[in-house]
Ligand binder design. Structure first.
Ligand code: NAP
Length: 284
């Protein structure tokens, strides 16, 4: 079997175009477009790249986009003040704080300061709690993007065994909750899991969210499984996933590429969350 591609790039483009159209028509009514502010602290080159991609995507969709770059030497109080200013800003519907923050800063304190109704990254404890309780709230863009990608390609989730490798608050844990809500049976693996292969081999849907290039090879994967690769690592000049694409595509039924899979979906979902915040705020 040669796997079919879960083409996140193509789907994300469609979602972004739809959002651009909707934003253009509503902007005239509201008197302004949806607005996203991104806070970037320090000089981390990967973070700079991610933030600039999000900023560009906003601009292409006709959203208002503010990129706030702060020096790594800024104090925690100054960041909190900036977040509070954005909480009050009338032109801003969504706020994202690019992680990781420089060492020594209290990420939780910063994330908790973002107003929950502007928390389009879904990292505020209130939104995480709503996800846990199965209530409506902002869901982190990457796990939301994984779910949308599978849904749009008609991959059935109910009753399936989903194995997620990685248990971060950004990807693995929220994805496990979303999969449970979609009636999957979920196993979550992590760095202390013994005999990883024994678990991944059982997966109908396998999601890798680790950040170790090529960790998942063909002998981790059951024939016909759906494989979603969230991981991204720089190897030389190339971006590599956690999945060894060339070997795994021979046994899987569906597979995401890296790049062009989950990454573009993350950006599309961030825009969608921002648009939703705008709609709610303006009672549209
Ligand atoms: P993270 O916070 O570092 O979490 C990594 C997870 O992988 C942890 O739960 C860790 O276990 C687990 N792990 C590490 N080594 C392992 C191993 N050998 N076997 C099994 N599990 C192992 O990372 P993250 O923020 O979730 O991101 C994960 C990856 O996704 C990264 O490559 C990141 O760049 C990428 N990412 C991509 C997107 C996108 O849009 N494409 C978005 C977000 C993240 P412990 O908990 O035991 O430490």
């Amino acid at each position: 079997m040669v796997a079919k591609l879960l083409n996140g790039k193509q789907l994300a483009e469609k979602i972004r175009n739809d959002l651009a159209e909707k934003a253009a028509s509503l902007s005239a009514r509201v008197g302004r477009p949806p607005g996203l502010a991104a806070i970037l602290v320090g000089e981390d080159s990967a973070s700079q790249l991610y933030v600039s991609k999000k900023h560009q995507a906003c601009q292409e969709a006709g959203f208002h986009s503010e990129l706030i770059q702060l020096s790594a030497s800024i104090s925690q109080d100054e960041i909190l003040k900036k977040v509070r200013d954005l909480n009050r800003a009338a032109t801003i519907d969504g706020i994202l704080v690019q992680l990781p923050l420089p060492k020594g800063m209290d990420e939780n304190a910063v994330l908790e300061t973002v107003a929950p109704e502007k928390d389009v990254d879904g990292f505020h404890p209130q939104n995480l709690g709503k996800l846990m309780a199965g209530q409506a709230g902002f869901v982190a863009a990457t796990p939301k993007g994984v779910m949308r990608l599978l849904q749009e390609y008609g991959v059935k989730i109910a009753g399936k065994h989903v194995v997620i490798v990685g248990r971060s608050t950004i990807v693995g844990k929220p994805l496990a909750l979303l999969m449970l809500q979609a009636d999957a049976t979920v196993t979550v693996c992590h760095s202390k899991t013994k005999n990883l292969k024994e678990f991944t081999k059982q997966a109908d849907i396998l999601v890798a969210a680790v950040g170790k290039a090529g960790l998942i090879t063909a002998d981790h994967v059951k024939d016909g499984a759906v494989v979603v690769d969230v991981g991204t690592s720089r190897v030389g000049t190339k971006l590599k996933g956690d999945v060894d694409f060339d070997s795994v595509k021979q046994t899987a039924s569906w597979i995401t590429p890296v790049p062009g899979g989950v990454g573009p979906m993350t950006i599309a979902m961030l825009l969608e969350n921002t648009f939703d915040a705008y709609v709610t705020k303006n009672k549209l």
